[in-house]
Ligand binder design. Structure first.
Ligand SMILES: NC(=O)c1ccc[n+]([C@@H]2O[C@H](COP(=O)([O-])OP(=O)(O)OC[C@H]3O[C@@H](n4cnc5c(N)ncnc54)[C@H](OP(=O)(O)O)[C@@H]3O)[C@@H](O)[C@H]2O)c1
Length: 284
């Protein structure tokens, strides 16, 4: 079991990935993003999760360069946005992200969604071409690992018909009460690491009646309980905050262990975070 933020999981290509990623969706570009990422790095986070569509890659890069921790010790993930699917477009989009981040190499590059509205109807062919570009980026050394996000088993099945390289990661929506069992077990069979996005249900879970008594028992906040559950499930959680005290709080999840009975309660509690978007119907 991991014991600190810089402890790592190993991807199927041997690359080590720090076990908690710092989320940046809805973190405004500029000072807010720079300060949030800087405080995360100061608190010990060594993995930052951004995306082209978040509009804050430049700030993430700036914060990484400004800190006292070397770039090589920080794992940066970014994602290919839906408009840029297809072979040529994906190659170009990666170059743009490298430029905006101001780095020579991206640690993990993900296809953000499997079935963008722009390519709906031809997602299988488009994904195959996009994945070919991802494989070339990997082989060319522009990215250290490649993966996907929001992929259900049927999207992966389709991708694997032509893929030469197995995705290393699938980043999906996961939190207590929302566990995507089929996708998780499919990915585990294929040795694809599961990253848990919205691990706090985008903040909607934190007063859930199942969570609060467990938080009280350990004298830990509900947010920490959610993140601890995620780690004990073997996921890689990606908590987001722009609030310095919460960034610090969310890092403090290594000095207690939830019992099997508590893990069951959290796994099986009702979904208080709302249903996510069906990737085949997402309106973007
Ligand atoms: N691949 C995808 O399609 C996808 C989709 C969604 C998210 N993600 C990734 O996953 C990350 C996390 O998901 P998320 O942004 O949906 O939300 P989240 O991490 O589940 O929750 C973030 C929300 O909870 C609040 N919060 C954080 N820590 C707290 C604490 N200790 N106590 C009380 N409130 C707290 C934050 O507020 P403040 O910021 O105001 O402090 C924010 O409103 C994203 O940032 C992104 O990197 C990926």
């Amino acid at each position: 079991m991991v014991k600190k933020l810089s402890d790592t999981y190993e991807l199927n290509n041997g690359l080590k990935i720090p076990c908690v990623g710092f989320g940046t969706w809805q973190t405004p570009d500029g000072e807010v993003a720079v300060n949030a990422v800087k405080s995360a790095i100061e608190c010990g986070y060594r993995h930052i999760d951004t995306a082209a569509v978040y509009g804050n890659e430049e700030s993430v890069g700036k914060a990484v360069r400004a800190g006292t921790v070397s770039r090589d010790d920080i794992f940066i993930t970014t994602k290919l946005w839906n408009d840029e699917h297809g072979y040529e477009a994906a190659l170009k989009a990666c170059d743009v992200s490298l430029e905006r981040l101001g780095v020579d190499i991206i640690d993990l590059y993900l296809i953000h969604w499997p079935n963008p509205i722009k390519f709906r109807g031809s997602f299988e062919r488009t994904n195959a071409e996009t994945w070919q570009a991802m494989e070339e980026l990997y082989q060319a050394g522009k990215v250290k690992a490649i993966g996907v996000s929001n992929y259900l088993p049927h999207h992966l099945e389709s991708l694997l018909k032509t893929a030469r390289i197995m995705p290393m990661v699938n980043q999906i929506r996961l939190f207590p009460g929302y566990t995507q069992k089929e996708t998780v077990s499919y990915c585990r069979e294929k040795n694809i690491l599961i990253e848990a996005y919205s691990p706090l249900g985008t903040g909607k879970l934190l007063d859930a009646p199942e969570l609060v008594p467990i938080a009280e028992k350990y004298s830990k906040s509900p947010a920490r309980i959610c993140l601890r559950w995620s780690l004990q499930m073997g996921f890689l959680p990606l908590p987001k905050s722009v609030t310095a005290s919460r960034i610090k709080e969310n890092a403090d999840i290594f000095d207690f262990t939830l019992s099997p009975a508590e893990m069951d309660i959290l796994t099986n509690m009702p979904n208080h975070g709302g249903d996510g978007m069906n990737p085949d119907e997402a309106p973007f």
